[in-house]
Design a protein. Structure first.
Length: 259
């Protein structure tokens, strides 16, 4: 019998956004070319940073990018779909680099799968995630109201995904959302796993459960790789000489989503 497909899970610790962005793009190129034969999930925390997706509206930024930078928060304009969001300490950020040709070539299906994986990831903490009609992400419904727990924004090329999700774990990230209109949704209230669970919860705890959730939802066996092991695979891919973005430019599929 053939071995079940694997999901390489890489815990990056705390990493500046620019470094993580460069790494996920490198992994996506290797996944597109086939140099890395398994789907990959990068899990990371970032120093404070705002990212502006391709659908960011001027009304989502009460403060200019320059004013945000003056407050010590980096700002990046990136290729993912969606509006503005925040990444920072106390938040689990995940970058699933998934070849949808091996699953289902449907970005809307993929987004629902990511949501489902996050639902499974928060369930061990006594939380039941829900969806909000017309939006992508994970909400919590309690006391007659809904609060947003996780944002999702992805990009795809040749049916290989990158960018991903940001799941608030501790309450530390929440104050930064007051500086923006999160995901362009006026009046949205952001929340965190720890706040909703009513107890201390760590990012590492949630990361373990989310990795398991991705494995179950996508039918993959999670296998942990160190950062060094991942970089060794990338070095082997680059020495193979194929430039994946050029090789696949004729069949590229670019997809974006609202967060």
């Amino acid at each position: 019998m053939a071995a079940p497909p694997r999901l390489f899970v890489v815990h990056l610790g705390t990493l500046p956004y620019a470094e993580a962005l460069e790494l996920q793009r490198a992994v996506a190129r290797a996944r597109i070319s086939g140099a890395i034969a398994e789907d990959v999930l990068l899990l990371v925390e970032h120093p404070p940073v705002f990212t502006l997706g391709r659908s960011t509206k001027t009304t989502s930024l009460p403060l200019s990018p320059e004013a945000l930078r003056e407050r010590g928060v980096e700002v990046y304009e990136i290729e993912r779909g969606g509006d503005v969001t925040f990444h920072g300490p106390g938040q689990l950020v995940g970058y699933p680099i998934v070849d949808l040709k091996r699953h289902r070539k449907d970005l809307h299906w993929y987004l629902r799968q990511v949501e489902e994986a996050l639902f499974e990831g928060i369930a061990p903490f006594g939380l039941a995630g829900v969806r909000e009609a017309g939006y992508t992400g994970v909400w919590i419904e309690r006391g007659g109201g809904r609060r947003k727990l996780a944002s999702i924004g992805v990009h795809a090329r040749d049916w290989v995904t990158w960018h991903g999700f940001a799941l608030n774990v501790t309450e530390e990230p929440l104050r930064f959302f007051d500086l923006i209109v999160p995901c362009g949704i006026a009046g949205v209230e952001m929340t965190a796993v720890a706040r909703e669970a009513g107890r201390a919860v760590g990012v590492a705890q949630v990361a373990q459960q989310v990795a398991r959730g991705f494995g179950r939802v996508f039918g993959l066996v999670p296998v942990t790789l160190t950062v060094g092991e991942l970089r060794e695979r990338l070095e082997g891919a680059s020495s193979g000489g194929a430039n994946s973005e050029t090789a696949n430019s004729g069949t590229a599929n670019s997809g974006t989503t609202r967060e």
